[in-house]
Structures are given as structure tokens and as C-alpha cells.
Design a protein. Sequence first.
Length: 278
Amino acid sequence: MSRAANPVTLPLATYSPKHFLLAVVDRVVTVTLNRPERKNPLTFDSYRELNDFFRACAMDDEVKAVVVTGAGGNFSSGGDVFEIIGPLVEMDTKGLTAFTRMTGDLVKAMRACPQPIVAAVEGICAGAGAIIAMASDMRIAATGAKVGFLFNKVGLAGCDMGACAILPRIIGQSRASELLYTGRFMTAEEGERWGFFSRIVTPDHVLAQAQALAKQVAEGPTFANTMTKRMLAMEWAMSVEEAIEAEAVAQALCMTTEDFARAFHAFANKVRPAFQGN
């Protein structure tokens, strides 16, 4: 499981992935899981390539935000039953641990990716697909979307790819426990009410809305946005006092940027600031 699926090349705008679609417009890169005939399941190789892609994002200064979506009216049905689940049954503990660490590495890569990630969730979003949505920074749902952490349904624990750490922080301990213990689907309406989704839109608008949100982020002060993402992750493990001190240092660094000066001069001249990310 250690071999590379498809080495990611820079800039990302010219990269041709093998296991998903990729497009860069207005400094926003859109990743489309693209096996619509099977509801976009993941394979060993697509896990690897997604992991490598999110790691590479840190090295492309021209990309300021990421959108993740699925083709054909569904986000992702999770791990492919025949290409992943079947082989796992035959693996020994060493092989299984290598696999579960590889899948967890995808979540680590998404969290380490400096660009904010927006998930456009439509249709079925299950298993590892639900994890990818969960690991994104923002999520927009299409009406009728269903999110399921289905590990319990296949005889596994809900503690998969960081779900027991991340999901309760998004929707609360009790609601997360219900989903992880039962494996039932969360509706789009529940997801919006519980804070998993920012909003619900019609299916024909979900991708455009996610891309518009990502473009809005991309037009902002990107150094500061990267700092915000980093602090949102780091402060989970801090006391309030430690977090306040860390934010003081982080904000002071942001005040040294040209974007901070641009914002002041734009305000003084009653114009909109044109942030450049430096």
C-alpha cells in the first residue's frame, strides 16, 4: 500500500489525476469524485491520489480554496465493496493496519491542507464519503442529500478516520453517538439543523453555491485564512487561556502582512480591498 497512485505535479492547474476530475477556475480547485455508475466509491489508489493531492495543495500558491464534490448526483458511497471491502477480509492484521492508517492519512492531509475546503454534498454521502465531507472545513447540502457513517452496518466500530474526534465537535456528542452507534443516515435537514451543513440548496445549485463560497474565500486575505484554519484545528487541544495567547501571536503575524495594510488603506479610501495573499 505504500506505492504512489499517480505522482501529483505542479501547478495543480495542469495536473491530470487518474482517479478523480480536477479543474482550477478563479484560484479555486474543484475535485470531482468520478465513478457515477457506482455512486463514486473510493479505491486503494483513489485514497492514495487524494492524499497526495491535498498534500500538494500546500505547494501551489495559485490555489486559494478547494471544492470537493461527486459526479452523477451523488457525493460518494464510500469504500468500494469489491475493490476494498472484499480484499480487506483476506488481509492479516499488519495489512489491515496499513490500510486504516492510509485512510486516516487522507483526513490528516485535508486538515493540513492550508486552503479551506468546501464540500458540495448531493445524494448519497456514506462511509468514507461521509468522512471526506466531515473533514472539509465547510459543507453545503443539496435537498435530499443523506449522510451515513455506516461502519456499524458492516460490523466495524464508529471510530474510523477520526470520526469519534471530529464529528462530535461539529454536531455534538449525543447526535454523533447516535449516528455512529446505529449507522443510520442523517438527512440534509438534520445536518443543517445540527450544524453539519451551512445551508441546503437545490441539487442544480449545490456545486455552484460551493464554488461561489470557495471563490469568496479565495478573494480574501489568504495568509490570514490559512492561519484561521490552522488555529481552528490546533485550538482543540488547548485550554482557553492557551488559545487566547496563541491567537494573539497568530493575529500579530497577520498584522505584519501587506494585506492588512491594504485593508486599512482601502477602508480609508472607501473602496473594497484587493487582497493578494501576502
